[in-house]
Design a protein around this ligand. Sequence first.
Ligand SMILES: Nc1ncnc2c1ncn2[C@@H]1O[C@H](COP(=O)(O)OP(=O)(O)O)[C@@H](O)[C@H]1O
Ligand SMILES: [Mg+2]
Length: 399
Amino acid sequence: MTGPFNDVERSIFTAKEVLSEDYQPDQILERDEEIDEYRHALEDVLFGRTPQNIMLYGRAGLGKTAVTKYMMDALRDEAAKRPDADELFVHELNCNGQTVYSVVRTLVNELLPEGASEFPKRGLSTADAFEELYAQFDRRGGTHFVVFDEIDHLDDVDTLLYELPRARSIGHITNSKVGVIGISNNYTFRQGLSPKVKDTLMEAEISFSPYDASELRAILADRVDRAFVDGVCDDSAVARAAAIAAKDRGNARQAIDLLRVGGEVAKKRGDDGVNDSHIVEAQDLVQRGRLRNRIRDQTQHAQLLLETLAYLEGRGETPARSKTIKTRYERVADSHAVDPLTTLKSIQNHLSDLHMLGFLQRTDRNRGESGGRYYEYGLDLDPEIVLDIRDEIETERDR
Ligand SMILES: Nc1ncnc2c1ncn2[C@@H]1O[C@H](COP(=O)(O)OP(=O)(O)O)[C@@H](O)[C@H]1O
Ligand SMILES: [Mg+2]
């Protein structure tokens, strides 16, 4: 019997997952300095000393998460061999879309004995959650590293970073030790912390710089061998993907995406190899995909504001003041049957965040002594693409 899948063969990819977001490479390339700094910051643990707190900075796609996973695995292996080291626990958490309460709750649940009922989602305070966390740390003993990935997404990060690193010195825990690792895409993260947190944290800082084209080529070459059928991926494809990503902020995730999508383009066209022309065609698709993810990461109201700005932009009504935007936003919210935010201040806060994240352009208007100062906003993206993406997200929601 012949069916629609009969003639499907491995033509381009042998292991496409090697080019996927959650694939963890066994080898980290081109990050020797960062790994060295990391090792220095972590090595106390091997001698049973109190761990250092560590903050990692660098834009998206520079290997912060991958290097951290690699270091934590290596540290766990090494600690197990060292007689002086305490038992080591590593807790890796992503803070995107979380609150301090929810991340502490997740930690507590990871530590609870088997069969114990979970820490409640609602009804208790953050202080209660911390208290339970300390009890569980001490019940388990050992050294606990807590990795807060994308920590800049947390609302009340001051509380977290004031509490946890001092837990032992102020006697909340006595039978265990804790080290905090924070990962931020945002270099200004530290500036935003309260003075008392800045004074007490005493963290080691490791910053990740953008990859250049030759470093990206090395990272890609390592994956090409495993991801593609032998000889299918041309050197020109690797070079082009590396060059495009190097020019646009040196992002390894983008370089890998280009290669994967370039392979898909070649496959769709029925070509038997991947070369630079496929990568060029992949560029637009990857860009849209990235933007879609970034928009999807925003809260509902931030997304509605982006949609509002896209309308205004399309009608030539930007730059616009927050008051104008608010009126228009209320209609957009209404069209999606969402209760709009009511205060101008909350709208302004969202606009300011969206500007910080690179979605919006902002112009500072100063009307002299009498008029005061205000901001006007425009969209820093293609409005049609934003509206398309919003449509897609809403359609998914309705399904
Ligand atoms: N030095 C490297 N060697 C191998 N793969 C890397 C390296 N740096 C980044 N990657 C890969 O690039 C992608 C993005 O890296 P990631 O660690 O998620 O970046 P970040 O956390 O800084 O946003 C991941 O797929 C990761 O495996
Ligand atoms: Mg990351």
